[in-house]
Design a protein around this ligand. Structure first.
Ligand code: PXG
Length: 283
């Protein structure tokens, strides 16, 4: 059973409710994090907390407790969940106010949910994903910066729906310059001539924690890495492609827009990095 923390205490699922006046509900006004627990250990806890507080700061939302206390609340909720592996969703909403968008009367709500994770089917990690490029462009950084992990995910949801309607599970989102940005809930990597490449922060992406971890693991293995602008041509002519995310971990991509990538099978560097990642999360 899920464990849920709401504004200072653990509550039953039936009591885990927020107001219909909450601006998180009315306007998507809030921020969140998705974190994994492996073998009872919260993976990259500090990094997720830092990103959460930075997202909140970017939208002038004051989280009503210091990072250390929130980390303790998360640990408490993980203990209450009781299983060694799970998924943590931390949500900070602007809180209940009146019906206008003015947030000044709102009182932020702090929610932690720990539950089982919905994983991609296991076979896909062996066979690789087929994905498409979405027509929906990733939010412009001067509008709602994709670095902010806000409750406003419609941009990504619209692209996800395009993927689903094309019979795929993920879609590549391009930025306003037409460069590859990321997928709807994962970052994207290419391997070309032995170099691991991924779009840079200014491509308008969420700075994924798995993305950073993979860059570190590649460097530790002596694989050269490059954060550079990538086009669809780079994707179509890559030797390998894979996606990274807290939920997906490292998942190979073997087809993009109906074109086979490289050999059309998960590549050796993708496999190596996935293996390294699997070892690291359970260390
Ligand atoms: N890009 C976007 C747009 C994301 O939402 C990632 C990349 C990967 O970041 P991390 O830090 O996890 O390596 C994300 C995060 C889900 C789900 O249910 C996944 C995310 C967010 C919300 C829901 O699959 N991924």
């Amino acid at each position: 059973m899920a464990a849920i923390y709401l504004n200072g205490k653990l509550v039953d699922r039936a009591d885990a409710v927020v107001s219909v006046y909450d601006h998180g509900f009315l306007y998507g006004d809030g921020v969140f994090e998705g974190i994994r627990v492996y073998n009872g250990k919260i993976f990259k806890h500090q990094e997720h907390i830092q990103r959460l507080y930075e997202s909140a700061r970017a939208i002038l939302l004051e989280i009503p407790l210091p990072p250390e206390s929130l980390m303790q609340a998360i640990e408490q909720t993980v203990r209450a969940f009781g299983k060694p592996d799970g998924y943590i969703r931390v949500v900070i909403t602007r809180g209940p106010g009146n019906l206008g968008i003015d947030p000044r009367k709102c009182e932020p709500q702090v929610i932690v949910i720990v539950d089982d994770i919905q994983l991609y089917p296991k076979e896909l990690y062996e066979s690789g994903l087929e994905i498409v490029t979405a027509a929906t462009i990733r939010n412009h950084s001067n509008a709602l910066n994709p670095r902010i992990k806000s409750l406003n995910y419609l941009n990504n949801i619209l692209a996800k729906l395009e993927a689903i309607r094309a019979g795929c599970l993920e879609a590549i989102m391009l930025n306003t310059k037409g460069e590859v940005a990321e997928c709807t809930a994962d970052n994207i990597f290419l391997v070309k001539n032995g170099i691991v490449k991924t779009p840079p922060p200014d491509a308008g992406i969420l700075l994924g924690i798995t993305r950073n971890t993979i860059l570190d693991l590649a460097r530790a293995d002596g694989i050269p890495t490059l954060e550079c602008a990538l086009t669809r041509l780079d994707v179509y002519t890559a030797d390998e492609c894979f996606l990274t995310g807290t939920g997906a971990e490292v998942i190979p991509v073997v087809k993009v827009d109906a074109r086979p990538i490289g050999s059309g099978k998960p590549g050796p560097i993708t496999r190596q990095l996935r293996q390294r990642y699997q070892t690291l999360v359970r260390e």
